[in-house]
Design a protein around this ligand. Structure first.
Ligand code: NIG
Ligand code: FE
Length: 439
């Protein structure tokens, strides 16, 4: 007995005397630390709102990785000191938000379309007037790569101020090879400039460009052929998306593009059933896509197929808000066992860079609980972009991306429509924004 007890005491002494590891960080005394840990795979059904809450919680990170998570007593016993110590007494701590669907690279704005919206014009009617996506395509083709990257970086910085540490970003306003590649390079540069982790998606099938007017099928063949070849060899994208909807691309056209993309190593995603049910949800499920997004009009068969395939439903309520579209019914997806994620859909038609607002809209209009929306904005969103091994939970080995929220409880996430409650943002183990004492 004696030697063993002696050994334990010695180890404890070693721990207490050890200097702080370089690049180490301790977050302690969080009233509520939401780890989001759970079984592998996206969270569904009763796990759809599983927060993995630790009261008086703490996390310890070294370098860019989380090393340990637990109660403050346990963590301080194992890691008594660190280069940086954050006291989160009375605060909520959770993983950095993962925004699984954005279009942040574009030139110009669509501020003038707000007047058309005020007159009651729908998204499709605005597009028919020469507005919408093609308006942004004209401006984006004319813009330089540097300008696009600079503007996108400032949008990503604004997203990060609202707690987004990982963001999926799509091309889709170039619609010809050189301009799509220009957008993808601008996305990568913007991520570096803004210090945000970016997952890039090729969205050549976003709209039919003017030079292919009336020839959607010819354009889809071009996307599936030379454009996809160029994107794959550039290695600038890890996912491929297509807008399957009335007036855009059919499930058949998108299916050909996304199957070829998948064979070339890009993960498929689908803009599905936003304006009408045109089979987007079924297509995404059949392709084992990472996600089907929007889903305001998804059919019962589409929802069931997504549940069987494990395809994540990315809800984008800010778009419904901005374009007067019906909100997707989150309860249908939870009941069917479909994993749910929440995103902003930041784009020139829906200038929402705030995950907290997207979460609040999902709670107030899509029927999600705060817990489900938090899961949807972290671990399930990470699954929707293929980053679930890296981010989305606070667990040893994951990236040390976390937020300290000045809120009395996690229940206020989703409840509050405005006011930035984010006090401190840690990205890759370093404090990148700190509003302690300044709020
Ligand atoms: O996700 N629906 C298609 N794409 C975007 C809108 C892009 C735009 O209108 O510029 C969306 O809502
Ligand atoms: Fe979109």
């Amino acid at each position: 007995m004696m030697p063993k007890a002696h050994k334990i005491r010695a180890t404890r002494d070693e721990v207490l005397q050890a200097p702080a590891a370089p690049g180490s960080l301790l977050v302690i005394h969080a009233a509520e630390l939401l780890t989001l840990r759970g079984s592998p795979g996206p969270r569904i059904r009763e796990a759809a709102g599983q927060l993995g809450l630790i009261e008086d919680g703490a996390a310890y990170a070294e370098g860019d990785r989380i090393r340990d998570v637990g109660t403050t007593t346990d963590i301080l016993a194992r890691h008594p000191r660190a280069g940086v110590r954050l006291d989160a007494t009375g605060k909520v701590v959770l993983p950095g938000f993962v925004d699984p669907h954005t279009h942040p690279v574009f030139a110009g704005s669509r501020a003038h379309e707000l007047e058309w919206k005020a007159q009651g014009l729908s998204y499709s009617e605005i597009a028919a007037r020469g507005g919408g996506i093609l308006h942004t395509v004209r401006a984006t083709r004319e813009a330089s790569e540097e300008q696009l990257a600079r503007d996108a970086a400032s949008r990503l910085r604004s997203m990060r101020s609202s707690g987004t540490t990982t963001v999926e970003a799509k091309s889709g306003y170039g619609l010809r090879t050189a301009d799509e590649l220009k957008m993808l390079r601008a996305i990568a540069d913007a991520g570096r400039l803004a210090n945000v982790d970016v997952v890039s998606t090729f969205l050549g099938a976003h709209a039919v460009p003017p030079e292919f007017e009336g020839r959607a099928d010819d354009y889809a063949r071009t996307v599936e052929g030379e454009m996809l070849d160029a994107v794959v060899s550039s290695r600038l994208a890890s996912c491929c998306d297509a807008f399957v909807d009335d007036g855009y691309f059919s499930a058949e056209q998108a299916g050909r593009i996304l199957r070829r993309a998948r064979d070339a190593g890009l993960r498929p995603k689908v803009h599905a059933d936003e304006l009408a049910d045109t089979g987007g949800a079924e297509l995404a499920a059949g392709l084992q896509a990472l996600s089907a997004d929007h889903l305001n009009h998804a059919s019962a068969g589409g929802v069931e197929a997504m549940a069987r395939a494990g395809t994540v439903a990315v809800l984008l309520p800010a778009t419904s808000f901005a374009s007067h579209l019906p909100f997707a019914d989150g309860r249908r997806f939870v009941a069917a066992g479909v994993p749910i994620a929440v995103g902003t859909d930041f784009n020139p038609n829906c200038w929402c860079d705030s995950m907290p607002l997207a979460i609040a809209l999902a709670c107030h209009h899509c029927g999600l609980t705060s817990a489900e929306a938090i899961v949807g904005a972290t671990i399930n969103a990470a699954h929707a972009i293929g980053r679930d091994r890296e981010v989305g939970t606070l667990e040893p080995g994951k990236r040390a991306d976390l937020l300290v929220l000045d809120l009395p409880s996690w229940r206020h996430v989703g409840y509050r429509l405005s006011g930035n409650a984010i006090e401190t943002i840690v990205r890759q183990g370093r404090i990148v924004e700190d509003r302690r004492g300044k709020r």
